[in-house]
Design a protein around this ligand. Structure first.
Ligand code: ZN
Length: 357
């Protein structure tokens, strides 16, 4: 595990002291390694090497570890939302996501992906049986906040009266989209961003060149899962660049051209949550550039466009653009009309003539 020392210690403490909760809730922004941590914890629980287990880790070589790693262990069940299966590297995190502070397509209202009640019922039938090989049955739900309400209500029964051998590991961005009763039944484990130096080390360990590792660490803003995925799959970086390029393009465009851009983008509603998350990052970076906080800017590849926006527009305008972008993301989450939301948003962004003076 890279980073997340406090979270790892907390889970290890449960393992070594035997004070395991029946349910854990790993919380943190997208792509910071929640799924990786959940699976590592599951592996430690299913490891057959008692010495390793007593030390709070997995041996990594026993049959239990190997099966847990490739998810074929009969006592391990990993539940991912439907519709997320085709996304990159579920071993790292359920989806590619945007390395920005907020926004995702997985929330309930937009429900691009969902965990359905049939999945939970199926899981409960499974949990009614005692473990086959290990001392426990372990369940990992990688995006608990993608459970629809029926599924979450069904799961509550298990959280309220879990079989003695069951251990559930839920992961979610935050508690906002979970029922309070779900949250209260779980031991919460908060994960934060990983320091750049650790992201760089992790990438170099995986064979990434140092300069590229430094660049990816910067772009990732501490989302280590994103950095590792991006190192493996160049199309992630490409899509990110394309998404960000829309901002300077729209800023240079007339009102009529902005409406055309909105119309174009609205044809792909599935990518809009990520797109708007990237855009929020762009505006945040523009504000940081204007404040002279270059070291905090994530999108170093956008620096020319960011400097231009920072010099042409007032702080108030930049902040308003960030707020409007966030609001559009919220509206889309609540199923607003994509084209209308984008039109309103792009027209609200500052115009070229509306500068500092
Ligand atoms: Zn093992």
């Amino acid at each position: 595990m890279v980073g997340h020392a406090a979270a790892v210690r907390l889970l290890q403490h449960g393992l070594t002291g035997g004070h395991l909760a029946h349910a854990y809730l790993l919380l943190g922004p997208p792509n910071i390694g929640k799924t990786t941590l959940a699976l590592a914890f599951a592996q430690a629980l299913l490891c057959e090497d008692e010495t390793a287990r007593a030390a709070g880790r997995a041996c990594g070589v026993c049959a239990g570890c190997r099966k847990a790693r490739d998810r074929s262990h009969p006592d391990l069940r990993v539940i991912e939302p439907e519709g997320a299966a085709d996304e990159e590297s579920p071993a790292i995190e359920g989806r590619e996501g945007a390395p920005t502070t907020r926004g995702s397509g997985k929330r309930k209202a937009a429900s691009r992906v969902q965990v359905k009640i049939e999945t939970v019922r199926d899981l409960q039938r499974d949990l009614a049986l005692r473990p086959y090989q290990a001392a426990r049955r372990v369940v990992v739900i990688t995006q608990a906040d993608a459970m629809n309400e029926a599924a979450e209500n069904a799961l509550l029964k298990t959280l309220e009266e879990p079989p003695s051998y069951a251990l559930l590991i839920l992961a979610a961005e935050d508690t906002e989209h979970l029922l309070p009763t779900t949250v209260s039944r779980c031991q919460q484990v908060q994960l934060g961003l990983v320091p750049a130096s650790l992201v760089i080390d992790a990438l170099v360990e995986r064979g990434v060149e140092t300069s590229e590792a430094q660049r990816l660490a910067r772009l990732s803003g501490g989302r280590i899962g994103w950095a590792i995925n991006a190192a493996r799959d160049p199309s992630i970086l490409q899509r990110r660049a394309t998404a960000l390029d829309h901002v300077p393009r729209a800023l240079a465009a007339s009102r009529a051209e902005r409406l055309t851009i909105a119309e174009e983008l609205a044809k792909r509603p599935d990518v809009l949550p990520d797109l708007l998350a990237q855009w929020q990052g762009w505006w945040r970076d523009a504000l940081l550039t204007q404040a002279g906080c270059d070291a905090w800017v994530m999108s170093v590849d956008q620096s020319a466009a960011l400097r231009q926006a920072a010099s042409r527009h007032t702080t108030a305008n930049l902040a308003a653009a960030l707020r409007a972008t966030r609001q559009a993301a919220d509206e889309l989450e609540r199923n607003a009309n994509p084209r209308l939301a984008l039109e309103v948003l792009l027209l609200s962004w500052p115009q070229a003539g509306q500068g500092i003076g």
